[in-house]
Write a protein that binds this ligand. Structure first.
Ligand SMILES: O=C(CO)[C@H](O)[C@H](O)COP(=O)(O)O
Length: 260
């Protein structure tokens, strides 16, 4: 049976296939698999590599969805609490700025996604053209996802407002869940819009004491400093941003952005 993919789905697939084709390590032992709809095509491509390639590899998920993808693809499942040195991790993104700072967490998996990304030697992002952004937090309108310990949620909402967030909210679980969305770690997600965005500039080398912080860096550090914040969805130089991002475009091309 043939299926016709929409332009967006086809863009996701193009990006994912090319990223796997160009970055899947020939002798990989541990590979991180992110979350979301684009990563589905990453796993599809990895499965196509064949069992001769994949049987010797352990795949590390970033949450329930990617665990199911790995199992359903017939791949060997591992866990980040057991294996912390990965050859590579592939993941999607909600927004990517020109310096490859990303917003992630639209699927509420940001904590485990960040953990897997920082444990990987290489972190590769796959996305469609809608994720390309001149300034973080301007394209992905729900705002920056932040995983929080539930009893601290109201305190954190008020702290976010003082940091400039406009009407941050606790994410709800949707039609089939009364009340908040609960993460794979038993926490809440707060979505914090900063609609003016963050003028991109290269993050300062972390060892450089005199260079002023970039706006992205400043916010990332401030969020991390709030009691009750488990992790935020800004992936930047201070924890992990991708070495390269693959964007499937509307016209079928794939655009690459990598670190300068
Ligand atoms: O961060 C994520 C989940 O927490 C996803 O990677 C992000 O939301 C992108 O998803 P998609 O590939 O469906 O656009």
């Amino acid at each position: 049976m043939t299926t016709t993919l929409s332009v967006v789905e086809s863009a996701k697939r193009q990006a994912a296939y090319r990223a796997v084709d160009e970055h899947f390590p020939p002798h990989a032992r541990f590979v991180g698999i992110g979350s979301g709809s684009t990563v589905v095509f990453v796993v599809e491509r990895i499965v196509q590599l064949g069992r001769d390639t994949t049987d010797s590899i352990t795949f590390i998920p970033t949450g329930y969805q990617s665990k199911e993808l790995i199992i359903n693809g017939g791949l060997k499942l591992g866990s980040i609490d057991r294996y912390t040195e990965l050859d590579i991790a592939f993941d999607g993104a909600d927004e990517v700025d020109p310096y490859l700072n990303c917003i992630k967490g639209g699927g509420a998996c940001l904590f485990q996604e960040k953990l897997v990304a920082i444990c990987a030697k290489k972190f590769v992002v796959v996305a469609d053209y809608r994720k390309i952004s001149p300034s973080l937090s301007t394209h992905y309108t729900p705002g920056i996802p932040i995983e929080v310990v539930p009893p601290a949620a109201n305190y954190i909402l008020s702290r976010l407002t003082t940091l400039g967030a406009v009407s941050p909210v606790i994410r709800m679980g949707g039609a089939s869940k009364a009340g908040p969305c609960i993460t794979d770690n038993g926490n809440f997600i707060i979505d914090a819009p900063f609609p003016d965005g963050f003028i991109p500039s290269p993050s300062s080398p972390l060892s450089h004491p005199h260079k002023p912080l970039s706006p992205v860096e400043e916010l990332a550090r401030a969020l991390k400093g709030i009691v009750g914040v488990v992790e935020h969805g800004i992936f930047w130089n201070g924890d992990r941003k991708p070495i390269i991002a693959y964007f499937g475009m509307e016209d079928g091309r794939v655009e690459l952005r990598s670190h300068a």
